[in-house]
Structure formats: C-alpha cells, structure tokens
Design a protein around this ligand. Structure first.
Ligand SMILES: C[S@@+](CC[C@H](N)C(=O)[O-])C[C@H]1O[C@@H](n2cnc3c(N)ncnc32)[C@H](O)[C@@H]1O
Length: 203
C-alpha cells in the first residue's frame, strides 16, 4: 500500500498557493476518502480506469492498489509542475498532461474506447456550468454500461454549485448515490458514486 510523502504534500501546497483556480484546496485528499473513492473498482480487476485531476497522486495510489497488473490506469493532470512531480514520484502511472475537458480527444488519442471506471477530483465548483455539464455528458457517453463514475466535492464548494452538480449527474446517470459528509477529510468532503450511464455511446 502506498503512502503520500512529505514531498507530495508540499508540492501540492506550493501549487495550490500559485494556482488556487486549478487546485481549489491546499490539502490533498485524505487517505481514508481516497481509499473509499477507489472502492468503485472491483478488487484485483483488469479494468480500464481514467483518473481526472491526479494532483500529487493521493488517489492514484489507492486506484493502483485495486488493479491487476494487466489493468489500464490513465491519469490526466493539467498543472505542469504536478505532472513533473508525478512523473518522478510515480513512474508507473500512464499520465497525460492535458485538460480533462478534452476527455473525448484524450481517450481517442490513448486508444481507449469504453472506460470501466472514471475517478475524478476536479474542482467542479470552479468550472462554468456549461463546461461541467459537457464533461459529465462526455464521461457518461464513454462509460461501459456496467461502469462507474466516482467523484468528490468539498465543503469549499458553494451550495448552489453542488446542487447544480447533483442535478447534472442525475441528467446523465440513472443512479447517483451521495455519501454523508466525511468530516475527517481536510476539507470535509462528500462522495458521489454514479452508475448506469444514460448518454448513448455514439453521441
Ligand atoms: C482538488 S485537486 C485533487 C488532487 C488529487 N487528486 C487529490 O485528490 O489530492 C484537483 C486537481 O485537478 C487538477 N485540475 C484542475 N482542473 C483541471 C483540468 N481542467 N484538467 C485536468 N486537471 C485539472 C488540478 O491541477 C489538481 O491537481
């Protein structure tokens, strides 16, 4: 089992100070919540997993822990310093330096058709509503029928934005399960697990 290092935390904090518009929080996701979010992946599975907003790897490690050696784990991160950190600290990670909003192109370029699991810790509240909805539509349209999409929102998100996210998730997934707030995570956060994509694959 991997553990976040001091360098992981410090790198994240440094980038959060420089780019609060991208990172949204000075804290990496806590180990308990990160493990919980990864549990949508069946243990030992050979799935194709896409991770959006990898940061310094807080979720990458527990995702890896659940995957079989022949699984595929593609991570997307927009911040160049975080990408450089991940390339050094987690050389095993298949990493794309890019914008998660280009989800479809990134998957096409990587030769990924259908995805089994998408795990996301993007700062949803900072995205304009139209971009948020477009990305969720793209994700729903690429997920396998029995696939899962798991994401978090933190307390730092305004209630109106969280309401909009909840509505947007309900528009593109048949099942949206929301956990209670995990108070021990800094900052407190909740998890959404979504199944049965409603967007047809070709649209
Ligand atoms: C709240 S942090 C989460 C980081 C890490 N996954 C964790 O749980 O600690 C959000 C991450 O999403 C990245 N990010 C923000 N906007 C992005 C975008 N449009 N495309 C890809 N990554 C993005 C940020 O650079 C940051 O690493």
């Amino acid at each position: 089992m991997s553990v976040m290092t001091r360098a992981d935390h410090l790198t994240f904090l440094r980038r959060a100070i420089r780019r609060p518009d991208l990172l949204a929080t000075p804290f990496v996701t806590g180990p308990r919540l990160a493990r919980d979010i990864a549990k949508v992946i069946p243990r030992g599975s050979s799935s194709t997993v896409v991770e959006l907003g990898a940061g310094t790897g807080a979720m990458s490690d527990p995702i890896r822990d659940r995957l079989a050696p022949d699984a595929r784990h593609l991570a997307v991160e927009i911040d160049p310093d975080l990408v450089a950190h991940l390339r050094t600290s987690r050389p095993w990670l298949e990493l794309v330096h890019g914008d998660a909003l280009d989800f479809t192109t990134i998957l096409d370029d990587a030769g990924i058709g259908t995805v089994d699991v998408v795990i996301c810790s993007l700062p949803w509240a900072l995205f304009p509503a139209a971009q948020r909805r477009a990305l969720l539509r793209d994700i729903s349209g690429r997920l396998a029928p029995d696939g899962a999409f798991s994401t978090i929102t933190t307390w730092m998100a305004l209630p109106g934005r969280v309401r909009d996210l909840r509505g947007a998730l309900g528009d593109v997934f048949d099942e949206v399960v929301e956990t209670a707030t995990v108070w021990l995570n800094p900052p407190p956060a909740r998890l959404f697990v979504c199944r049965r994509p409603l967007v047809p694959p070709s649209s």
